[in-house]
Design a binder for this molecule. Sequence first.
Ligand code: NAD
Ligand code: TYD
Length: 340
Amino acid sequence: MSTILVTGGAGFIGSNYVRLLLRQQSAVRLLNVDSLTYAGNLENLTEVESDPRYSFVKADITDAAAVESIQEPIDEIVHFAAESHVDRSIEDAATFLRTNVLGTQVLLDFARRRGVKRFVHVSTDEVYGSLGPSDPAFSETTPIAPNSPYASSKAASDLLVRAAFHTHGMPVLITRCSNNYGPYQFPEKLIPLMIANAMEGKPLPVYGDGLNVRDWIQVEDHCRAVDLVRMTGRVGEVYNVGGRSERPNIEVVRTILRTLGHGDELIRYVKDRLGHDRRYAIDDRKIRNELGFTTLHNFEEGLAATVAWYGQNRAWWERVRSGDYRGYYERMYGSRLGNS
Ligand code: NAD
Ligand code: TYD
């Protein structure tokens, strides 16, 4: 039985990972450490909250004392916690530096003192910067060239993880994945924002000319990749993860509108994001060839299922959009943990 400390397990990808692991691996205990920022929502985890293999600690990863106070022996760490939205990083980079950079170092220090056996750092393809239309896809040896404060803070955290390997010989691994979509994604990111707006008949804001390209992967495929790296990756290595589904944003938006029976009338082209990366594309041959990774979802089927999920779980995103979800921790855990 391995005890895995998962950071950011109340967020989009982290909560999908927690659910997936408890469903597929019987011999694990999961400790979810999350500070519950605006993006952390324990309603994402109602399915597992009574599972005896799962527990939750409300703690900020930048608070070394809070992290050090964790008593359980920890075998492995899977580190998702981050500030993750590019537009917010353009408005205010400081929180990104605190959580993504300082928080990662706090966890590395904790992991070293505790003799943790595997430390998987979940990073992003955005650390590689932006591609032109016919540039080759990012490989693990593409030089890091981040363009947004978000991407720069993730790149900095990757470098600290690398330093932990070279300096202290720590058993670290890094994954760099492309854009995720699927259930429980906070409706500030492109796909859930467009779905929710279309369902409410609100305008769909498309930045610039709508021709920026992202590579899309279904979130469970990403989570399976992270877990494969945790179990079988070579320490000190970086593994790119991609969905092999490059699409211009406008095509994604139109597909969502068609799925919901709309024309283009809700589309609004708006002022472009500052420093907007034009294209991301991932060369994922390393994880596929070395570790035997394959994706299970293709984009069109995955997107249709995601649109259906947001239709069936309207109460979830309506509570998120109204801010009501923020009281969930206090209602569910406040009295039980004597914490607020
Ligand atoms: P998210 O914003 O949905 O969730 C982040 C989670 O981290 C939240 O639960 C939040 O409460 C928690 N958190 C934030 N600051 C914290 C702190 N200081 N202490 C403790 N917990 C804190 O993010 P996501 O989309 O699920 O992304 C998870 C990870 O995957 C991030 O590291 C991100 O960089 C990476 N990633 C995301 C994508 C994507 O498309 N979303 C793609 C590649 C990589
Ligand atoms: P986003 O989901 O924020 O992910 P990232 O910037 O990390 O790739 O955005 C995906 C793409 O969609 C990106 O090119 C910006 C664009 N976009 C819009 O056109 N309109 C929007 O309202 C948002 C949030 C994003």
